[in-house]
Design a protein around this ligand. Structure first.
Ligand code: NDP
Length: 288
């Protein structure tokens, strides 16, 4: 059986990082490197791993890190003060609050405090509004990473049926808008959608952005579809060892799809690359 071609996010992200590194090295007329502040609260191991990855990637390309790690008891007011200080800090071009936050904190209110020009995660209402209006602005990193990967492999989107499973503000909704901007016909499915399989089987481009391992099974995929798996789920096997899987039953679906993203090595690294790119974009714009 013919196997799907891998959409190799890891390789593309590495290339994009090398390009950013070169770009940063040639921008020394500004007398400082671009700067990114990642704010993390508490000790959620997955979040801590993501933050480490982001900071490592910053170091690799030459972006200065101004991140701060707060105890779980930190107050909303303390975080808001930190964001206000970073908004004023000339060395900082991007600010990101690592989500999810502990229950006593209001993430929406915090994101609203970030200067939209430093909104490296593209989640400020101003930037989301620009996306809705089709205007230029900082785009959410994960959906932007999906779009960049599809572009790299020259996947046609115009007039194609795209189905996005998941409607979060972080992934599903902005991704649906980005696909729409490329003239795809977009359907968004979610936990209340009825007959999910019938919806997903209509997709030329199928995106899983849910967080349920194996939700998308082979019978839910149209032969020849392009399948993008945004989900990251840690599962433990019988022997007690754990591994990361997506929302798609990769082993089976790769036998019917035309293209498929692996997990890990697909959208995860693309998200980090887009974060670095957003930081550099803010840096250049702030100097113009
Ligand atoms: P959320 O939990 O915020 O959203 C999940 C979405 O999936 C919701 O819209 C929910 O519907 C929908 N959903 C839940 N169960 C079902 C179901 N049985 N059938 C159909 N839809 C369902 O998650 P995120 O959007 O933040 O993240 C989604 C996944 O992507 C997670 O695995 C996360 O770890 C991963 N992720 C990966 C990133 C990367 O870099 N690769 C970055 C960000 C996230 P409803 O709205 O009705 O509740």
């Amino acid at each position: 059986m013919k196997q799907a071609q891998l959409l190799n996010g890891k390789a593309l992200a590495q290339r994009l990082q090398s390009e950013l590194k070169e770009q940063i090295q040639t921008q020394n007329q500004f007398n400082r490197p671009p700067g990114l502040a990642v704010l993390m609260v508490g000790d959620n191991p997955a979040s801590a791993a993501y933050v480490r990855n982001k900071e490592r990637a910053c170091t690799n390309v030459g972006i200065a890190s101004f991140g701060q790690h707060f105890e779980i008891e930190v107050t909303q007011a303390e975080l808001e003060q930190t964001i206000h200080r970073l908004n004023q800090d000339e060395r900082v071009d991007g600010i990101l609050v690592q989500l999810p936050l502990p229950g006593h904190l209001d993430a929406v209110a915090l994101l609203l405090q970030i200067d939209p020009d430093k909104d490296a995660d593209g989640l400020h209402p101003t930037n989301l509004g620009k996306l809705v209006r089709g205007e230029q602005g900082l785009r959410s990193c994960t959906p932007a990473g999906v779009m960049r990967l599809l572009q790299e492999y020259q996947i046609p989107l115009k007039g194609k049926q795209a189905v996005v499973v998941g409607r979060s503000i972080l992934v599903g909704k902005p991704l649906a808008l980005m696909l729409l901007a490329e003239d795809a016909t977009v359907t968004i499915a979610h936990s209340r959608s009825q007959n999910l399989g019938a919806i997903t089987r209509s997709a030329d481009i199928l995106i899983g952005a849910v967080g349920r391992p194996g939700l998308i099974t082979v019978d839910m995929v149209k032969p020849g579809a392009v399948v993008v798996d945004v989900g990251i789920n840690r599962v433990t096997d019988g022997s007690g060892s754990s591994r990361l899987v997506g929302d798609v039953d990769f082993d089976a679906v790769q036998n019917v799809a035309e293209y498929i993203t692996p997990v890990p090595g697909g959208i995860g690294p693309m998200t980090v690359a887009m974060l670095l790119q957003n930081t550099v974009t803010s840096y250049l714009q702030r100097h113009q």
